[in-house]
Design a protein around this ligand. Structure first.
Ligand code: SF4
Length: 262
């Protein structure tokens, strides 16, 4: 299927979703609810390709995000529910929201008020970490999860398809160093084909390049994962957990950085 796959989340606040890995997670989608806005256009994006357009609803305002989040947290609290994490993900890149930093401040304040033990996580594609305001906001959250899918320029361009021609592996690795010891690097591991070209970031060369990059960046943790749902490029293949684990062990052995395999 999936070439015409479209947005996943039809609301700004979604869930809570219960998962073994994250526990109870409440999602925040800072992208439109009827379209996608992202600075990457990944072959594997669960929200579909950017070609579907941004929709008509626009980005939610800072006030709307805070109001909706407050209403949800208040009702969860009143009903005696638990909450482990508030996760920013959704139909695009959360840090592209012009009020991202203010929204993070509001979210931390609401978390402290209603569920002080819950974590705040942001899943970002790392394209906006060059902006100091965005970078400072990311430093405030508990889990700053940043994407690095390949440390080989050609492969990163093939898998992630950054919208800006300025974005390169070399630049992003350099910028990721600012989160030394705090940031979490998330890497999608996959194989397949796109437009007749081979896609594979499991080769020894790819893994060696990632290891070199992780050593430079020194994240708190590395997360490896593979495909879970259908993807806009149909010719992608999930890498099974056993193989992910082997790659993870090699990374841990060579870098000393903890690796979580999902
Ligand atoms: S960065 Fe995330 S939202 Fe953007 S295209 Fe890639 S998978 Fe989709």
């Amino acid at each position: 299927m999936a070439k015409d796959q479209t947005v996943l989340f039809h609301s700004t606040i979604f869930g809570p979703i219960r998962s073994r890995r994250l526990g109870v997670s409440l999602g925040v989608n800072l992208s439109p609810v009827d379209g996608k806005v992202c600075s990457f256009d990944c072959l594997y994006c669960e929200a579909g390709y950017n070609a579907q357009g941004p929709g008509k609803s626009g980005l939610p305002t800072r006030e709307k995000v805070a109001d909706n989040l407050q209403a949800k947290l208040a009702s969860m609290k009143e009903n005696g529910e638990t909450l482990d994490v508030i996760t920013f993900s959704g139909n695009g890149e959360p840090t592209m929201h012009p009020d991202f930093a203010g929204i993070i401040d509001d979210t931390i304040a609401l978390r402290d008020r209603y569920f002080p033990d819950a974590k705040v996580s942001v899943l970002s594609n790392s394209t906006r970490i060059f902006n100091p305001v965005v970078a400072e906001a990311l430093k405030k959250v508990d889990n700053n999860i940043l994407k690095l899918d390949s440390a080989v320029e050609e492969t990163m361009q093939l898998i992630d398809r950054p919208v800006s021609r300025e974005f390169t592996v070399e630049k992003v690795v350099e910028a990721l160093k600012q989160f030394k010891g705090e940031g979490i690097i998330q890497t999608m591991i996959l194989r397949g084909e796109h437009d007749g070209r081979n896609v594979d970031n499991t080769t020894p060369e790819e893994v060696e390049a990632l290891i070199k990059a992780y050593k430079e960046i020194q994240p708190r943790e590395v997360m490896l994962y593979s495909l879970d749902r259908s993807t806009p490029e149909e010719k992608l293949v999930k890498v099974e957990k056993e193989e992910l684990q082997k790659i993870g062990e090699e990374i841990e052995r060579q870098t000393g950085i903890p690796v979580q395999v999902n």
